[in-house]
Design a protein around this ligand. Structure first.
Ligand SMILES: O=C(O)CCC(=O)C(=O)O
Ligand SMILES: [Fe+2]
Length: 165
């Protein structure tokens, strides 16, 4: 990702720190009689650096320009979603998408999500090379953003505005 932005290849890794955290969550979504009324997982963006997902059935959707798009099923692929902290470190170039899981009346669904988050207590912020006259600094430096994210998540809100300049 750093290389794709013409940055020194370890710069994001250094921001994550030596004690970066990796959490795994195993999700089971049972069939639901009223998929029109019930979501598998409410709309949210991840507070991680990034999240890697393995899904067995399509029901994950990503919000773009006010519309929900299904992420195609590919059992041999891992889906990598940017989290809010990669959006901050890339000064808004990489986007942390709002996503949700819809439910299905016929079948269940299993997914495994790996959440990769910077070390506790480590300050992160936009890479200096990504700040210039054409692209002013969008985000300030933040520490333990995942905690702030969690507080807002519980109220069904995004936390990214707390990192805006
Ligand atoms: O189950 C999925 O595919 C997505 C899970 C997810 O978005 C999350 O746990 O944050
Ligand atoms: Fe998520």
């Amino acid at each position: 990702m750093a290389k794709s932005l013409k940055l020194e290849e370890n710069c994001f890794l250094e921001q994550f720190g030596k004690q970066a955290q990796l959490h795994a969550r195993f999700n089971y979504y049972s069939p639901c009689q009223r998929p029109d009324l019930v979501l598998g997982l409410k709309p949210h963006a991840d507070g991680t650096g990034y999240t890697i997902i393995l899904q067995d059935e399509v029901e994950l959707q990503v919000l773009k320009d006010g519309k929900w798009y299904a992420v195609p099923k590919n059992p041999t692929a891992l889906l990598v979603l940017m989290g809010d902290q990669m959006e901050i470190m890339s000064n808004g170039i990489l986007k942390s998408p709002v996503h949700r899981v819809v439910s299905n009346s016929k079948r269940d669904r299993i997914s495994i999500a790996m959440f990769y988050t910077p070390e506790l207590g480590k300050e992160i912020g936009p890479e200096d090379e990504l700040v210039n006259v054409d692209r002013p600094r969008v985000y300030k430096k933040v520490t333990d953003y995942a905690e702030t994210h969690w507080k807002f998540y519980q109220r069904g809100m995004r936390a990214l505005h707390t990192a805006h300049i």
